[in-house]
Design a protein around this ligand. Structure first.
Ligand code: CO8
Length: 373
C-alpha cells in the first residue's frame, strides 16, 4: 500500500486577542444595559434578568485564558457583541480564503513544495463563508494550484475527516499532493451575548501538506499509519443557520441560528467515546497504548483532555503527553488538534508514534495514528 506522510503544517494566527477579563467586562456591560432597559418587565416577571459572567468561572470550567479573533472591537463593544468583518467585492479574495492561503504558504514552505506540486485542496472546517463557489476553489486559484478542490464540513472533526480523504486520494491515485486547510472564523457564528458559551471559541487557520512518502523531500515528516472516523447523531451541539432560513421569516435571526450546546451532556457523552476510539484504533494497528508518545487532541476543554489522556494512557495527565493550546487559542473547532500538532511535534524521535484526534458536533470523532519518519 502507498505510504502517505504529512510533510508540512502551517498556522495563521489573527493579530488581535481578547483576554477573559476583557471579554467579561464587555459581557457584563451588556448585561447591565439589558437589565436596566428591561427593568419594568423584569420586575413584572415577564423577562428574566441576565446574569453576569466571570473570568474565574471561564478558566476553571474550560481552561481558556484568551482567544484570537479576526476583529476585536466589534466583539467587545457592548452595543454590538459580534465582529466587524466588512463584505468584500466578488473580485477580491474572500477573508476565509485569505487566511487559508496564509497558512497554506507556511505549510508548503515547511514541506519544501510549491503550489505547482499540489493537485488537490480540501477546505475542511465548521463554517463556510458562502455556498458557492467553494472556498477551496478560490484558494486553489489564489495559490495557483492545478487539479481539483472542494469544501467539506464535519464541525470540529473536519480536519481529521479531510485528512482521511487526502490519504485515500493519494492511495487511490486520484491525487499526489493534497492540502487540508481549516480556516475557522468561529467568532462570526458565536453568540457573544450568551453567558454559557460567549468564551468558548477563537479564530485561526491551519494547513497540512499530505503527500506520498516517495515524493517527500524533507526531514521530520509524519507517516499516516491509519485513520478512523465515526459519527453518531446528536442534537447536543447544533446550529440551524442555513439556506432554508428565509423560507420561514419567523425564524430569521433567532438564537438557534448560531452555535448552541448542552456542554455538560457533550462532556459526559463524548469523552468515553473518544478514549475508546483511540485505544481500539491503536490496537487495530498492533500498537499498545504505551507505544503512544503523544496525543494531539481536539482543544475544547482542558478537563476533557485530562480525562481522555488519563483513560487512554492509564496515568496522570501531563502536557507533554497531550499538549494544550486552548489556554491561548480557546476552542478553534477543527483547527485545534492541528495547532497542537503544528506546535508540538518536533521533539519526538524517529519511529515515535502519536495520535491526532478530533471530536465534536455530529457527534463526530476522527483519529489519525502517525509515526515520525
Ligand atoms: N460565568 C459564570 N457562571 C457561568 C457562566 C459564566 N460565563 N456560564 C455558566 N455559568 C454557571 C451556570 O449558570 C451554572 O450555574 P448553576 O450551577 O447555578 O446552574 C454553572 O456555572 C455551571 O454551568 P455548566 O454546567 O454549563 O458548566 P460546565 O462546568 O459544564 O462548563 C463548558 C461549561 C465549559 C461549556 C463545558 O461543559 C464544556 O466545555 N463542555 C464540552 C463542550 C464541547 O466540547 N463542545 C464541543 C463543541 S465544539 C464543536 O463541535 C464545533 C462546533 C462548530 C463551531 C462553531 C463556532 C461558533
Amino acid at each position: 500500500m502507498q505510504r502517505v506522510v504529512i510533510s508540512g503544517t502551517g498556522l495563521y494566527t489573527p493579530s488581535e486577542s481578547i483576554s477573559n477579563d476583557e471579554l467579561v467586562v464587555a459581557f457584563n456591560a451588556y448585561v447591565q444595559r439589558f437589565n436596566e432597559a428591561n427593568a419594568d418587565a423584569i420586575a413584572q416577571g415577564t423577562v428574566s434578568p441576565l446574569a453576569e459572567s466571570s473570568s474565574e468561572f471561564i478558566q476553571k470550567a474550560s481552561g481558556i485564558k484568551s482567544r484570537y479573533v479576526m476583529n476585536k472591537s466589534g466583539v467587545i463593544d457592548p452595543n454590538r457583541m459580534f465582529p466587524h468583518i466588512p463584505e468584500r467585492a466578488d473580485d477580491e479574495l474572500g477573508i476565509q480564503a485569505e487566511i487559508a492561503v496564509l497558512s497554506a504558504r507556511e505549510a508548503l514552505a515547511q514541506a519544501g513544495k510549491t503550489p505547482a506540486d499540489v493537485d488537490a485542496i480540501i477546505v475542511a472546517c465548521s463554517n463556510m463563508q458562502r455556498a458557492y463557489p467553494a472556498v477551496a476553489i478560490e484558494v486553489q486559484h489564489a495559490l495557483g494550484c492545478g487539479g481539483f478542490a472542494y469544501d467539506m464540513n464535519v464541525a470540529c472533526s473536519s480536519a481529521t475527516f479531510g485528512l482521511q480523504n487526502a490519504v485515500d486520494a493519494i492511495r487511490s491515485g486520484s491525487a499526489r499532493c493534497v492540502l487540508v486547510i481549516s480556516p475557522e472564523i468561529t467568532s462570526a457564528h458565536l453568540e457573544f451575548r450568551d453567558r454559557d458559551c460567549h468564551f468558548i471559541f477563537g479564530d485561526v487557520a491551519t494547513t497540512m501538506v499530505v503527500e506520498a512518502a516517495e515524493t517527500c523531500t524533507v526531514d521530520g515528516a509524519y507517516e499516516v499509519l491509519g485513520t478512523r472516523l465515526v459519527t453518531q447523531f446528536s442534537n447536543a451541539i447544533r446550529n440551524n443557520f442555513g439556506f432554508l432560513n428565509r423560507c420561514d421569516e419567523s425564524g430569521v435571526g433567532t438564537r438557534d441560528k448560531l452555535f448552541r450546546q448542552e456542554g455538560r451532556k457533550v462532556f459526559k457523552e463524548v469523552c468515553p467515546m473518544v478514549a475508546e476510539q483511540i485505544v481500539a484504533h491503536s490496537t487495530s494497528l498492533n500498537l499498545n497504548v504505551n507505544d503512544l508518545k503523544r496525543l494531539w487532541l481536539h482543544q475544547a476543554n482542558l478537563s476533557m483532555n485530562e480525562l481522555i489522556a488519563k483513560r487512554v494512557l492509564g496515568r496522570e495527565f501531563s502536557r507533554d503527553d497531550a499538549p494544550v493550546i486552548l489556554d491561548e487559542y480557546a476552542n478553534t473547532s477543527s483547527a485545534g488538534s492541528i495547532i497542537a500538532f503544528h506546535k508540538y511535534r518536533r521533539d519526538l524521535a524517529a519511529g515515535d508514534v502519536g495520535v491526532i484526534c478530533s471530536f465534536g458536533a455530529g457527534y463526530s470523532i476522527g483519529s489519525v495514528v502517525v509515526r515520525r519518519c
